[in-house]
Design a protein around this ligand. Structure first.
Ligand code: CP
Ligand code: NVA
Length: 305
């Protein structure tokens, strides 16, 4: 049976641990063989992308396969062909699909009508493949090859309660590490998800960034204006206290690392000083996208699954 990754919850703890180990071993070994020789991945994107697109394309090349990028605006989807029909047709050409879109329901429609694996390359609600890379980066930089040890790591997220915040909540629900999120009122993570997370004592939501970051070993942030959201000065002013800067980092653990999925809006959610400073792991994190995509593609599209 095909396997999709529409949210992090489509993976078990064991599968997440295996993906992290495999991604780290790809990074260490740098020998890739031709695990996906003859396979073709389609990337169907309705929003802009640098990292997700390029890392999936490079991952396919390194594994001996090929990728086709489809800008949705140039496909018949833009002229009204249904996602369901598109999914059935593409399933006859391709071996896997990465889709970046707005509503999670659009992605689900693609997955339920495709006979090949479908991977969430970001929706308004979730960004699971980014979180898999972030977990890999934490395991790598916090000096343990065991994802199980993530349980001991205090992770914080400061900023908009967006797709990244939602996927961090899924990760904490699955893996059990302490997660503190600081988001302004009115910009909290998805309400259904917060209800599902109710009762998880390891997940804490506050409006106070200093409280969330206190003693944290990993400080995450993301843009205040996600793709598709309206940009306003009012929201920018409301978010000012949520900037990850030197003074906020002083509340975190001395050895804390800073993660940002990128693209960053320097001077808004993160300062140059932190982004380019010694605690920043953002470019290692960006590099790791390709190693993690290789592990994901091997799992979903390789011969041995
Ligand atoms: N982090 C991330 O998904 O980046 P892109 O939007 O460039 O793909
Ligand atoms: N939250 C951001 C992530 C970009 C990778 C967005 O959705 O635009």
């Amino acid at each position: 049976m095909k396997k999709d990754i529409l949210t992090l919850k489509d993976l078990s703890v064991g599968e997440i641990e295996t993906l992290i180990c495999r991604a780290l071993s790809f990074k260490k070994g740098k020998k890739f063989g031709s695990l996906l020789k003859g396979k073709v991945l389609g990337l169907i994107f309705e929003k802009a992308s640098t990292r997700t697109r390029v890392s999936f394309e490079v991952a396919m090349m390194r594994l001996g396969g090929q990728a086709i990028y489809l800008d949705c605006g140039a496909t018949q989807i833009a002229r009204g062909e249904t996602i369901a029909d598109t999914a059935q047709v593409l399933s006859r050409y391709l071996d896997g699909i990465v889709m970046r879109t707005y509503a999670q329901a659009r992605l689900e429609e693609m997955a339920s009508n495709a006979s090949i694996p479908v991977i969430n390359g970001l929706t308004d609600l979730h960004h699971p493949v980014q979180i898999l890379t972030d977990l890999m980066t934490i395991v790598e930089l916090k000096g343990s090859r065991r994802a199980a040890n993530l349980k001991k790591c205090r992770i914080s997220y400061v900023g908009d309660g967006n797709n990244m915040a939602n996927s961090w909540i899924h990760a904490a629900m699955l893996l059990g590490f302490p997660l503190s999120l600081a988001c302004p009122k009115g910009y909290w993570p998805d309400a259904n998800l917060l209800t599902a997370a109710d009762g998880f004592k390891n997940i804490h939501l506050t409006e106070d960034p200093a409280e969330a970051v206190e003693g944290s070993g990993v400080v995450n942030t993301d843009t205040w204006f996600s793709m598709g959201q309206e940009v306003s000065d009012e929201k920018r002013r409301l978010f000012e206290p949520y900037q990850v800067n030197r003074s906020l980092m002083a509340q975190a653990d001395r050895k804390a690392i800073v993660l940002h999925c990128l693209p960053a809006h320097r001077g808004e959610e993160i300062t140059d000083e932190v982004m380019d400073g010694p605690q920043s792991a953002v470019f290692d994190q960006a590099e790791n996208r390709v190693w993690m995509q290789m592990a994901i593609l091997e799992k979903l599209m390789g011969r041995k699954r």
